[in-house]
Write a new protein. Structure first.
Length: 207
């Protein structure tokens, strides 16, 4: 499903996988559960591309539902993997969350404020140590991973027991009010177009 500009939401994955068209190149944000790589590859082919057109897979955080297919997608596409420096040990297998994933090499280390392919990295720790949001400077769309989730048109916090530090996560949500964005693209739920910042403000007011 095309969301805005060259940004697509891959159909029917448990945690949202986004695909970005940048000229002849493709970029993925997150990778879905184990086995869902086939849905991602089908979507790529439906758009008229081949798997090798994927240049980079950017990880918002290393939870199982977001990176379970990362190794398979990396193998199928030859893409590089990019993640925040604090999340890399969980992807390479040095550290573990509750659900183990297949370790993967990470070629690109991200830090707060770094830009990668027109996306600005916003370090947003709390859910995990290296959770990030990504601001697309072209469309003003903000990919938020699991910082917040959408349900029935409203934003909610991810249930606290899924986050390492829920209060730190809450502080990261508040900081989004200082970010210049229009659309909000969550890891769970539907994208919120045009009203992304207003919905974040409503959530912060409910804290």
């Amino acid at each position: 499903m095309r969301v805005v500009g060259g940004i697509h939401l891959v159909d029917e994955t448990f945690a949202n996988v986004y695909l970005i068209e940048r000229g002849e190149k493709l970029f993925l944000i997150d990778a879905g559960l184990p086995g869902e790589y086939e849905k991602v590859l089908k979507y790529i082919e439906k758009l008229g591309y081949v798997p090798e057109d994927v240049e980079t897979i950017i990880v918002t955080h290393a939870h199982y539902d977001h990176v379970g297919s990362l190794k398979d997608l990396k193998d199928a596409t030859g893409a590089k993997v990019a993640a925040h420096k604090d999340e890399i040990p969980y992807l390479t297998g040095e550290k573990k969350f509750r659900r183990e994933i297949e370790p993967v090499e990470v070629e690109i280390e991200l830090n707060d404020g770094k830009e990668i392919e027109g996306l600005r990295v916003i370090h947003s720790p709390g859910h995990t140590p290296g959770s990030i949001c990504l601001l697309d400077l072209e469309t003003k769309a903000l990919f938020v991973g699991d910082l917040v989730m959408e349900e029935n048109g409203k934003l909610k916090e991810i249930p606290h027991h899924y986050s390492l530090d829920p209060m730190k996560n809450r502080e990261a949500i508040k900081k989004l009010l200082d970010v210049d964005f229009v659309h909000l693209l969550p890891g769970h739920g539907r994208p919120i177009l045009d009203e992304g910042k207003e919905k974040v403000r409503e959530l912060v007011e409910r804290f």
